[in-house]
Ligand binder design. Structure first.
Ligand SMILES: [Zn+2]
Length: 83
């Protein structure tokens, strides 16, 4: 189990989003396109072995917006990311 942070500066405010590695948006840090994404617009950080570690790292990144994908909330309430 691992978590990743997606940092994006393409559209809107510079932001970071935490995902679980098995989330469809994350794919263990390769993104929806499984690695074929434009690195001039965003980048993945991780893996982080715990949600706490991912949150601490996210909080230390000086960007305007810190978000968490709904997959993180599902993992916290269910222990898995399936709805
Ligand atoms: Zn996600």
């Amino acid at each position: 189990m691992s978590f990743f942070i997606y940092e994006n500066w393409q559209a809107g405010p510079h932001k970071v989003v935490i995902h679980h590695g098995s989330c469809g948006h994350c794919n263990d840090g390769t993104g929806r396109s499984r690695g074929n994404y434009d690195r001039s617009h965003g980048d993945w950080r991780g893996p982080f072995s715990s949600l706490d570690e991912a949150r601490r790292t996210s909080a230390s990144i000086p960007v305007a917006v810190h978000n968490e994908c709904p997959c993180v909330g599902r993992f916290e309430s269910n222990g898995q990311i399936a709805p």
